[in-house]
Write a protein that binds this ligand. Sequence first.
Ligand code: NAD
Ligand code: MG
Length: 360
Amino acid sequence: MQTLTVDLNERTYPIHIGTALLTRPELILPHLARKQVAIVTNTTVAPLYLDALSKPLAAEGVDIVPIILPDGEEYKNSETLNLVYDALLTHHCERKTTLIALGGGVIGDLTGFAAATYLRGVPFIQIPTTLLAQVDSSVGGKTGINHPLGKNMVGAFYQPKLVLADTSTLDTLDDRQLSAGLAEVIKYGLIRDLPFFEWLEQNMPALLTRDPDALAYAIKRSCENKAEVVIADEHEGGVRALLNLGHTFGHAIEAGMGYGNWLHGEAVGAGTMLAASLSQRLGWISEAEVSRIRALFERARLPVSAPDLGVDAYLEHMAIDKKVENGRMRFVLLKAIGAAVITADVTEQTLRETLRETAQ
Ligand code: NAD
Ligand code: MG
């Protein structure tokens, strides 16, 4: 097992990464204020991992309230959140009860927000079970739910007490979800970590076969990179926006193709190729670098061609994106592999040319 520490003063917490961590109650017990936990999970993950987590904890005298929600992004909303509050209140959960999120990013975001708000805040632990959740959503403290008028529009910054990334849980994840997680992994290399990008070029086959050591290393480097950015900018005033490489285009692809048809990571992969093309058009990176980026996404079995939604549709979806500030569109682009910058130096004409030539 490897451990890294996210250093946020009094909210500092550890991330443990390794195999078969679910079944080790000694990792969890020191973080409980009292021996009661509510485990929030869903109908897909519960049959796979709820017993493995609960039984050893129960054997240590921990009272367990299981809360099993329907599976899907469409349930990351206030109605489902209310089901969590209902269960917590019915079981007399109090301030010292710890909420445990057992599942992917949907469960993690919703449970974190429930923990931030129930009784004005109760402790919570993240046990992410998708690669995306292990490398991205479980780190950084963003929690929340969707609103009919926008994704992740209601939420809170709220840090967990502990993150347990058990790589054994990834064995049951389907290939498409694994690749979607790899898109965010590659992103960390691209924005700030050339040696990690090079490591990924060497180790992509091992990651695709779910080699536990390769996965643990990729998760650790990803979490370290994300944690360093988050520590520098916890509430997204500046550098945290670098984590959005490929995301402005990616959101346009997700929205333009109809939410749910492209996985977020797939859209980020193709969106990053658009960001790379735009960077090349500005003269910041070479064609060879663009090809090298494309090759890595392809080897991760991710789409590298952005769909032809039409230039205007792209612009429309991008303009309502959160990254518009004072009327100027801000982009995360590449100065090199391993060096991203936030820039407002993109004219509409350059953007249009890039979309016309690249998105097809
Ligand atoms: P998800 O939670 O929907 O999980 C994907 C699918 O895999 C689901 O059907 C889930 O039930 C299933 N699953 C989970 N673990 C499994 C396992 N071990 N074996 C088999 N199936 C398993 O999706 P996700 O990609 O994990 O997360 C996406 C969510 O994360 C979005 O709502 C997004 O907004 C959020 N997110 C949040 C942050 C953040 O900083 N808070 C960052 C990135 C993404
Ligand atoms: Mg993302």
